[in-house]
Design a protein. Structure first.
Length: 139
């Protein structure tokens, strides 16, 4: 049997035959499921035949994962944004249409990014903003 992922008869369930490893005189198959999290495919190893798993069990586990994601029991991990990333998104959506867009970007690069550039948005405290406001008021 060729190596690599092969489709099973169950949707979104794949197997990988182990090279040189057998179970009940057949190649030992390792089962994988695929489901979407944040619009990206996530591959998860379920188990192999020698561990007691089958394609039907892998399909059932995938159904449980999908139900948990759809009902909100399991939240999809969200990447935290830094100030630089947030500004880039805002600039593209809103500020790029302004006539003074270059002045705004250079001002932001000079002052705000020196304080908050690589900080995660959720880690900014009120004191950090007060320090920035004090600096800007001295201009």
């Amino acid at each position: 049997m060729a190596t690599g992922f092969h489709k099973s008869r169950f949707v979104w369930v794949y197997y990988w035959p182990a090279a040189g490893k057998t179970f009940n005189d057949k190649p030992d198959l390792t089962w994988y499921i695929v489901y979407q999290v944040n619009k990206k495919n996530k591959w998860e190893r379920v188990g192999s035949n020698s561990e007691g798993y089958s394609a039907a069990m892998a399909y059932q586990i995938r159904a449980e994962r999908m139900k948990a994601i759809q009902t909100g029991v399991v939240k999809a991990p969200v990447k935290e944004m830094t100030f630089t990333e947030a500004f880039d998104v805002a600039y593209e959506r809103h500020f790029s249409k302004l006539t003074m867009k270059n002045e705004y970007k250079s001002f932001s690069n000079k002052y705000r990014f020196s304080y908050f550039g690589d900080k995660v948005l959720s880690s900014v405290q009120a004191t950090d903003i007060e320090e920035l406001m004090d600096c800007l008021s001295k201009l």
